[in-house]
Design a protein around this ligand. Sequence first.
Ligand code: ZN
Length: 315
Amino acid sequence: MKKFFFHLSCGIALQLTAQNNFDQAEIRQQIYAEETKEILFTLASDEMKGRDTKSGGYYKAADFVAAYFKRNNIQAFYPAYRDSLVTDSLVTYNIVGSIGKYIPGKKTLLIGAHLDHIGVKGTEGDTIFNGANDNATGSTAVMQIAAFLAQHQWEQNILVALFADEEKGLKGAYHLAKRLKEEKVNLAYMVNFEMLGITLTTGTNQVYMTGFKLSNMEKEMNKVSPDFVRFLPQAKELNLFKRSDNYAFYEAFNVPAQTLSTFDFQNYDFYHKAGDEGEKMEVDNMNQIIRTAAYTLAEMLRKDTVIEMYPPTKE
Ligand SMILES: [Zn+2]
């Protein structure tokens, strides 16, 4: 009888793990708005001098991210998390972590955002370009999602990266994409985060995706979190797919690599201006988006969802 019970309860437990969705209550507990705000305001503070290498602020920001990764059990993918490169004679580095132990050859998801911004400019008035929306918000998202994912075990490799020198032409991302390719990382898809601090004009807890019709990523994300991922006509018209770090990984690996964002050209007047500051960010909505993204990615990983490019269309 005892044995029978043991088997019975075991069977139920297995079934529950297979069928139940990821625990949203746990996500709400672990990705909370106070921390979202704390990270965001630290990265966008004047002390970080616009997170550029010339101002020196970038290195402070990178150290801050590396310390957060370490505290949250995210492994260093390269020594001291650094993937170093040189842009305009200045050494800089992407910060790259691994959730759990990286196993060569295994299917890999990459989650990223650029950490750099455009530094200090001019001599009068506000000279520090804090880059709160662009892209302290996306960096915050990657950090919090990484910390959440690091509390669980996954069948796949998960890499998390904060890129250097996006503002100088996706330099950090191109460097890492080339290196990962040379190191034969089995990249399945890449999700990039850009400017999440202002509510999308169409509504709260929504993002748009660049390269919307290039892969089934949008469909699979919306299957998990209905109406989370939208199509933005300007994203297609302006070919935003090619204008952020995701593109470097698409080019190197020819796998789905797409950006999620809420900057829709109508909702924010401070793009690349000194006034792009933390106080203007809508932290609660941003926190909700980070939770939804974390939940969506966790579910896609748990179900081992296949994300693939669509065949090219004739349009
Ligand atoms: Zn940006």
